[in-house]
Design a binder for this molecule. Sequence first.
Ligand code: ADP
Length: 254
Amino acid sequence: MILEVRDLSFSYGDHRVLDSLDLKISDGDMVALLGKNGAGKTTLLRLIPSFLKCTQGTISIDSVPVKDLKLKDRAGYMAYIPQITRSAFPYSVRTSILMGASNRLSMFQSPGRKEEQRVEQIIDLLNLHQIADRNMDTISGGERQLVLIARALMQDARLLILDEPTSFLDYSNQLMVLERIGDLVKKGYSCIYSTHNPDLALGHSSRIVIMSEGHISFDGSAVELIGTDILSKVYGRSIEVVRTERGGIVCIPD
Ligand code: ADP
């Protein structure tokens, strides 16, 4: 599956936010989206599933314009996963995941055996066994983020779109969520996520896309950032990108 964004522009009123932007995401890509506040990351992530209508350009999935897909078909290709919130209802994790099937069912249809089996597959896939019977209100923020991802997988979506999936999480939960997403990507899913933490992006992506002033100013691997001043220019302060002795890539502000 290939998502292709071509010549995309978007304005809020007369405020131009994205300007002739191109981006391609294929199966197996884990794309980290970086950029200062206001760079347009959320706007881009909301344009991809057509939550916002672009002013110019096209967004297509396997050459079909996303805006022409019925809601149900779109949900089978991609899922927008919001930031975690407290659950309004005290459902179990298993029931919450099952409710993710509602996109694939007609209005009067209830989830059946097939959907229940799919829930168990997803619990396996994301390794959620230990929390499956717990109440949503009793699990950690990181685990809640995983449940939101699990619900998205109930739609059969292959491309996961996540707006700051690690905000509000402590460091170990940030790592845990990105590692689990990485495991899904290794199994052929693809993902684009925004983050304010370049270190996490360097360690958890196959590609880093940096947005500034409505454009993509960098699209490449973490390795390609080593020794460059690209992050320094984006964030307006000196930041060194280096390889560690153990082979990781990290950034260090001077
Ligand atoms: P980021 O996610 O990179 O912080 P956003 O996409 O949220 O950036 O915002 C990009 C720009 O668009 C900012 O200048 C922001 O103030 C503006 N903006 C975002 N949402 C709206 C909106 N609903 N109406 C008007 N302007 C908006």
